[in-house]
Design a binder for this molecule. Structure first.
Ligand code: DPM
Length: 326
């Protein structure tokens, strides 16, 4: 490889973002010992506005915009994101150079100590569940109508300390398994939600590394981090979301898999905010592993479009229209 260079990796400052970026940094360092990799931590709008529900801030790139500006200006060479926070359409000139192997993509319930022997089904009526995810609220309200759902914002540690506060209001909070796992807090998980309780968010549990499209040195370096299987399933999920034009203000859940039979499956769900109206659809496509990765991703993209269009036909368009007026 070429002469020694220093590459800068942009990230948010939260503990989870830092852990994820340190992982990417050490993988790059291992693959390219001749180069130096430095982490540059920044705050984003989503980190600064803590008193407003995520879905009400009304901006799709809440956690990514400032990082992408730094990438564009050349202050950093790569940016590490939780792929679920990265909008499905990247700004002009930006490229998703790698998608890393996915962690468990599901949601987890963390019960407060007071209710540790309960489940969402057995918690007393009116128990307060903390989550700012419209997706989780819509799906869980439908399944567990006796519970009350309230926003909880802040980083993972803040949320857990709100749950642990003896004078706090929450009986439980719902978080991604992946975030808790990366912070070595799986012992806090009471139950992992099944797909029939909560379909996960698009790309939940996967990390994405963004770089400048016209930077061949960086795009080349990232190839070694890419996990083709994760990218295949996440491409279908992101394509579904892009076709529905949904961001974090729309309750969209998915589930996807690619098996030994070479069949890529994608299930999608769109729900109204109160969980009363739900449309769901699943479809599949055969993806020959001897095709080029680009051709495989193209097929995954097509599957996302197909499932999204079917969802729209089944009534998702009416749900989305109603949401855009609320
Ligand atoms: C997005 C959502 C949430 C984050 C909405 C959703 C959850 C907000 C909340 C788009 N981004 O999931 O329906 O819990 O109130 C976020 C987390 C992770 C990445 C934390 C979490 C870690 C897991 C991962 C916040 N972004 O979901 O518990 O890497 O997927």
């Amino acid at each position: 490889m070429s002469e020694q260079r220093t590459f800068r990796i942009g990230t948010r400052k939260s503990q989870l973002a830092m852990v994820q970026t340190e992982l990417v940094c050490s993988l790059l360092q291992k693959s390219y010992p001749q180069h130096k990799f430095e982490i540059v931590a920044m705050s984003t709008t989503g980190d600064r506005i803590l008193d407003v529900a995520l879905s009400k801030i009304g901006e799709k790139s809440l956690f990514t915009k400032e990082l992408e500006v730094a990438l564009e200006d050349g202050r950093v060479d790569f940016v590490v994101h939780s792929l679920k926070d990265l909008p499905t359409t990247l700004p002009e000139g930006m490229y998703l150079g790698a998608v890393l192997e996915r962690e468990n993509p599901h949601d987890a319930v963390v019960l407060s100590d007071k209710f540790k022997d309960y489940t969402l089904a057995t918690l007393p009526a009116g128990s307060v569940i903390g989550t700012s995810s419209l997706r989780r609220v819509a799906q869980l309200k439908r399944k567990y109508p006796h519970l009350t759902f309230t926003d909880v914002r802040g980083n993972l540690n803040t949320r857990l300390s709100k749950l642990d506060d003896p004078n706090g209001q929450y009986a439980a909070i719902v978080l991604a398994v992946a975030g808790l796992t990366r912070l070595n807090m799986t012992h806090r998980i009471s139950h992992i939600l099944s797909p029939s309780e909560s379909l996960h968010a698009v790309s939940q549990g996967a990390l994405g590394v963004e770089c400048r499209e016209n930077d061949p040195v960086c795009t080349d370096l990232l190839v070694s981090l890419n996990h083709p299987l994760t990218r295949l399933v996440c491409t279908s999920e992101r394509s579904l979301m892009r076709t529905l034009e949904g961001g974090c203000s729309v309750p969209i859940g998915v589930n996807s898999s690619y098996g030994d039979d070479h069949v890529l499956k994608l299930r999608g769900l769109v729900a109204s905010l109160d969980g009363q109206t739900v449309v769901e659809h699943e479809d599949q496509i055969s993806v020959d592993p001897s095709l080029s990765l680009e051709s495989q991703y193209k097929l995954a993209n097509d599957l996302g479009v197909t499932v999204a269009n079917k969802l729209l036909e089944l009534g998702a368009d009416a749900i989305l229209k109603e949401l855009s007026h609320s």
